[in-house]
Design a protein around this ligand. Structure first.
Ligand code: 13P
Ligand code: SF4
Length: 312
């Protein structure tokens, strides 16, 4: 019954999408039924590259608030819809603009590199943006002696410091979904599956990253599982990515590192606020719409475009 209902919902969404010349962009952490209906599923970098080049009149962003903001900043003349306006991000929230502007004052000779998981206002205070897939490249595009503030993720920043030998000043932010992953849970899974490769998102703590066979963005993790000869993977990130991993490699086994004794999952509560029903309603009503003041769009656009140029 549920399948029949979601089938007809899917048909209605596809019809509306065509009528309204809309495109659905979805992040890998969305529920499988949203990923399956999307025109494009990807990591933050690929999603922003797609948002920039789309010819659609409406962008439905099935992701979290900062991702929809980025799409709006890159494409201000388009209508950007998000299924649930409250789908925020604990990492973006860990860097309030008023506190960050005071922090910046302490380091007047530093440039600011901000991870894309931040608010549009933080982007206006940044020299360049990065994502988990291009962070090392962006940091290394600056001279070794360039003083840098990295915000807001202390785990990603610490990881880049470790592999590039830099000493960037780190804002003390983190993602509640990745920061909670414990080494005890990883070690237990490794003991149960001794042949499995451990793959981790760089938002995880250093103790997890030190144990990992591969560290990368969601796209990087997916590609690794497709190319690897291994048949088992312990996955230290959000559960949603397993959908594409299983589709791409049906013969392989994936074990998400659980954060809770009651389930084998690690869900982002914000990503999972979006549902197929809300996606249909937002396309039908053309609400909620993501709107931003023009001056914020203008200022935030520069560091994002700089990132996209440096990523080519
Ligand atoms: P990716 O850019 O690697 O997809 O990461 C987005 C994110 O929110 C991770 O928590
Ligand atoms: Fe934000 Fe973490 Fe959710 Fe990614 S997983 S959207 S960083 S709260």
């Amino acid at each position: 019954m549920k399948n029949r209902l979601s089938d007809s919902l899917t048909e209605r969404i596809l019809k509306l999408k065509k009528e309204k010349n809309a495109v659905i962009l979805a992040h890998y952490y969305q529920v499988p039924e949203i990923q399956d209906i999307a025109d494009f599923v990807g990591d933050s970098l690929a999603l922003s590259q797609n948002a920039l080049k789309t010819k659609a009149d409406i962008i439905v962003f099935a992701g979290v608030h900062f991702m929809a903001e980025t799409a709006k900043i890159l494409n201000p003349s388009k209508k950007v819809l998000i299924p649930d306006l409250d789908a925020g991000c604990s990492l973006a929230d860990s860097c309030p603009p008023d506190k960050f502007s005071l922090f910046k004052l302490k380091y007047p000779d530093h440039i600011v590199i901000s991870y894309i998981n931040c608010s549009a206002q933080i982007k206006t205070m940044s020299d360049v943006i990065c994502t988990s897939s291009n962070a090392v490249k962006i940091v290394e595009s600056f001279a070794k002696d360039q003083k840098i503030i990295f915000a807001p993720d202390k785990n990603l920043g610490g990881y880049i410091n470790a592999i590039t030998g830099r000493n960037m000043v780190l804002w003390e932010g983190s993602c509640e979904v990745h920061d909670i992953i414990k080494s005890e849970a990883v070690i237990k899974l490794k003991a149960e599956h001794p042949g499995a490769k451990l793959i981790a998102h760089p938002e995880c703590k250093a103790v997890i990253l030190e144990l990992a066979d591969y560290i990368g963005s969601t796209t990087g993790l997916l590609d690794y599982t497709m190319k690897s000869d291994s048949h088992e993977f312990i996955v230290a990130t959000e559960t949603g990515i397993l959908h594409q991993m299983r589709k791409a490699s049906p013969g392989k086994e994936f074990f998400i590192v659980p954060t809770d004794a009651t389930c084998s999952c690690n869900d982002c509560p914000y990503m999972k606020m979006n549902t197929l029903e809300k996606l249909h309603a937002c396309l039908y009503n053309e609400q909620p719409e993501l709107v931003l003041p023009v001056d914020i769009i203008e200022k935030a656009k520069k560091p994002i475009l700089r990132m996209l140029e440096l990523s080519e």
